[in-house]
Design a protein around this ligand. Structure first.
Ligand SMILES: C[S@@+](CC[C@H](N)C(=O)[O-])C[C@H]1O[C@@H](n2cnc3c(N)ncnc32)[C@H](O)[C@@H]1O
Length: 206
């Protein structure tokens, strides 16, 4: 017989493991102090989130990622830097926004270089469409922002169209020098290959 609990994976340092994945969490319970909350959706190896958390000790950051190896890497990075304001959640992005997080709880959402699903038959898998935008509006505080970047021109146009057609978010300008915004791992890789990233910035109305 297998001893009870044998296959439960121990949490990594800085990992946010909800006690119950079917109930909303109070995100502030997982941080040492209450502060504005920013979320990096699909954080990859975490360069962006780690730099943001270091740069903004007065804000809390939640990195969401579905791949365990990447979650572990970001957790180790946060631990090494002694970051009390960064937690990592191993979960699916849309589920997190639709079910786990409370309404009106997030100040900024970052969606950086998500999978573009270039083939037409896979477009329905793209995140940037109505169910995602509904979930974004659900979790953002009034005045909260969604920041999105992609290197994929056609996905950028698709996302721009979906944002324009969507009633619940106002588009904002996003000049390069608007605020501190470190490059992500994928951005560095793609810029080295000569690809240019395009961004969208939108706000939930006050
Ligand atoms: C192309 S990478 C970009 C990583 C990072 N944002 C960057 O720009 O360097 C996309 C990341 O999102 C993660 N991902 C893809 N779909 C996801 C989902 N539905 N939920 C959570 N993470 C997801 C992937 O595992 C991967 O690490």
């Amino acid at each position: 017989m297998v001893p009870k609990g044998k296959f439960v994976r121990p949490a990594e340092p800085n990992e946010l493991v909800p006690e119950n994945y079917f109930a909303q969490i109070r995100v502030e319970d997982f941080f040492t102090s209450e502060a504005p909350l920013e979320i990096d959706l699909g954080c990859g190896d975490g360069k962006f989130t780690l730099e943001m958390a270091e740069h903004h000790p007065d804000r809390n950051f939640l990195a969401v990622e579905r791949l365990l190896g990447r979650v572990r890497k970001v957790c180790r990075g946060a631990d090494k830097r002694g970051l009390e304001n960064l937690r990592v959640l191993r979960l699916e992005t849309l589920y997190t926004l639709e079910w786990l997080l409370p309404e009106n709880s997030v100040d900024r959402l970052h969606l950086l270089c998500p999978d573009p699903w270039p083939k037409a038959k896979h477009h329905r898998r793209r995140l940037f469409q109505k169910p995602f935008l509904d979930a974004v509006v659900r979790v953002l505080k009034p005045g909260g922002e969604l920041l999105f970047k992609t290197d994929h021109d056609e996905y950028f146009e698709w996302s721009e169209e979906h944002l324009t057609d969507y009633q619940g978010l106002e588009r904002l300008d996003w000049p390069d020098d608007a605020f501190f915004y470190p490059k992500t791992d994928f951005q560095i890789q793609w810029e080295a290959e000569g690809k240019k990233l395009q961004g969208l910035r939108a706000r939930k109305p006050l």
